[in-house]
Ligand binder design. Structure first.
Ligand code: NDP
Length: 498
């Protein structure tokens, strides 16, 4: 049961969590605002280069002194206590999540539960890390591989699903035996910073996880560049991801990137249309479309296209948009003004490109919140910008196709490859889609599902590496090969020559 939480009446002052204590950053003040009201929710002091140095040194020491050698059993116990702590504080975490990112409270609360489940799962991984053994290399010869933690991981996360995304990375890093220096987005840092004391209470040694507030330009950049961070785990835009990779390359750090998407959601004539309709609406408009997994391109087979489109448009118009505290509201405001302007520009682009605006396109500013109604374009051609570029807003482009081959061609015709979905009653079409859709995840007769056992990540411009599942843990590890000879070293190199 979650502890009841009374929302603060004024903005909360947050420090940085370094070496198990709150230390005010030495940099400028940053205010995070509620996108629904414009009011300040949190006040942060940006972590400077010096703060980053302190955090990295603390992580490095904690890694070397305790965490790399802590048993899987101990790591698992701590991760399980952390998930219990997350559940205890779920109301507070969900409130900050809602207040800073502008998502409906009900959705934020569900995301906290899902996050706790990821910490539970990571605990199972801490106890199951194994290598391989090689017993057929010859007499008196045995070898094995050990998985060893990489070291201090730099973990950088975006604003759209702050707590869920840190929970897709951090518990897996900790399960692997890595220490971490974490930087959430400056717009949505509160829930991640609140993890600091939760982890300490769970028994995590001080310094193993340090959480810094600050901008990408100052704090993020310093974390990426610090020589003690040996791995970069980044979720965010493709542009900043490429930059992180370049910075990582200078010091040959391992880089794992979860980036943007322009995902195709395909509905075939023979699909369960009721289920597909709900999933298509959820896929397109969850989190006001500000989601890397958004089903931003809805591909409809000709036989059902007209009727499906009609019903999709009708239901999209009825999605409740507004007050994030109301239980029936499904879509809140857009995160900030630049993102709002970007979405409105894309709506104009869709119109000038000749697509038909079938729903939405309407927007308004109310009491400091900026809202865009669920927007649907029909008659979209695959090469239009609204079918190619990530809008990151509640805009869905509907395209039609006749054959499965044509659907694959359209679906694969962007540089992105995060996820894709197909609804069909035909097993053969489903199997072909699983192979032919170029994406890190292919959903068949479902969308946006994600059990903790399954790896998640993208191909192409959507990223490199995987998180969650066993692979998500292994991502934070190196492989060491160990070879034993017991019968003496044969043949001798120098023995015969001398
Ligand atoms: P950004 O790339 O702008 O920011 C992501 C994070 O990187 C933030 O913490 C940001 O800090 C930080 N950052 C920015 N510049 C630098 C820098 N030079 N060095 C280090 N860190 C930096 O993405 P958004 O926050 O705008 O998130 C939206 C994007 O994230 C979308 O493209 C979306 O598709 C993608 N995304 C991908 C997911 C996936 O799993 N594939 C999941 C969710 C989102 P700050 O904001 O404080 O400046």
């Amino acid at each position: 049961m979650s502890t009841p939480f009374a929302p603060p009446k004024t903005a909360t002052l947050f420090s940085n969590w370094i070496d198990g204590s709150w230390l005010p950053g030495e940099g400028r003040e940053i205010r995070a605002h509620n996108p629904a009201t414009g009011q300040a929710v949190s006040v942060l002091r940006e972590a400077t280069q010096d703060d980053v140095r302190r955090a990295c040194e603390s992580a490095h020491l904690a890694f070397d002194n305790y965490w790399r050698t802590a048993s899987g059993e101990r790591r698992a116990e701590i991760l399980l206590r952390a998930s219990a702590g997350i559940r205890d504080n779920a109301e507070e975490l969900a409130w900050y999540e809602m207040a800073e990112s502008g998502k409906p409270y009900k959705q934020a609360r569900a995301e906290i539960d899902r996050s706790a489940m990821l910490w539970d799962y990571a605990a199972t991984q801490a106890r199951s890390l194994t290598g391989e053994s090689f017993g057929a290399l010859g007499e008196d010869y045995l070898a094995m591989t050990l998985r060893t933690p990489i070291g201090v991981a730099a973990i950088i996360t975006p604003w759209n699903f702050p707590f869920l995304i840190i929970s897709q990375k951090l518990p897996f890093a900790l399960a692997a035996g890595c220490a971490a220096v974490v930087k959430p987005s400056e717009m949505t840092s509160a829930s991640t910073l609140l993890l600091g004391p939760i982890l300490q209470k769970a028994g995590l040694p001080d310094g193993v996880c340090n959480i810094l507030a600050g901008s990408g330009q100052v704090t993020g950049e310093a974390i990426l560049r610090h020589p003690l961070t040996r791995m970069i785990s980044f979720t965010g835009s493709t542009g900043v991801g490429k930059h992180a990779m370049k910075v990582g390359a200078e010091q040959l750090k391992k880089v794992s990137l979860e980036l943007g998407g322009k995902n195709a959601h395909i509905v075939m004539d023979d699909a369960d249309l009721e289920a597909a309709l709900d999933a298509a609406l959820h896929g397109a408009f969850l989190n006001a479309g500000q989601s890397c997994n958004q089903g931003a391109r809805l591909l409809l087979q000709k036989g059902i296209a007209e009727e499906f489109e009609r019903r999709f448009v009708e239901l999209a118009r009825r999605i409740p948009v507004g007050d994030t505290l109301r239980d029936d509201v499904l879509m809140g405001p857009i995160i900030n003004e630049p993102q709002y302007r970007k979405i409105l520009n894309y709506i104009e682009t869709g119109k000038t490109e000749g697509a038909v605006l079938a729903a939405g396109g309407t927007f308004r500013e109310v009491n400091g919140g900026r809202y865009v109604d669920p927007t649907v374009f029909t008659g979209v051609e695959p090469n239009m910008r609204i079918a190619q570029e990530e809008i990151f807003g509640p805009v869905c482009a509907i395209l039609t196709f006749e054959t499965l081959e044509e659907a694959f061609e359209i679906a694969n015709a962007t540089g992105y490859g995060l996820s894709a979905g197909i609804w069909t009653g035909n097993t053969s079409a489903a199997l072909k889609a699983a192979r032919r859709l170029e994406a890190g995840t292919v959903w068949v007769n479902t969308y946006l599902d994600g059990p903790a056992e399954l790896p998640f990540g993208g191909v192409g411009a959507s990223g490199i590496g995987r998180e969650v599942g066993r692979m998500g843990c292994e991502e934070f590890m190196d492989v060491k090969t160990v070879q034993f000879r017991s019968g003496g070293y044969q043949p001798r190199w120098i023995g015969k020559a001398l």
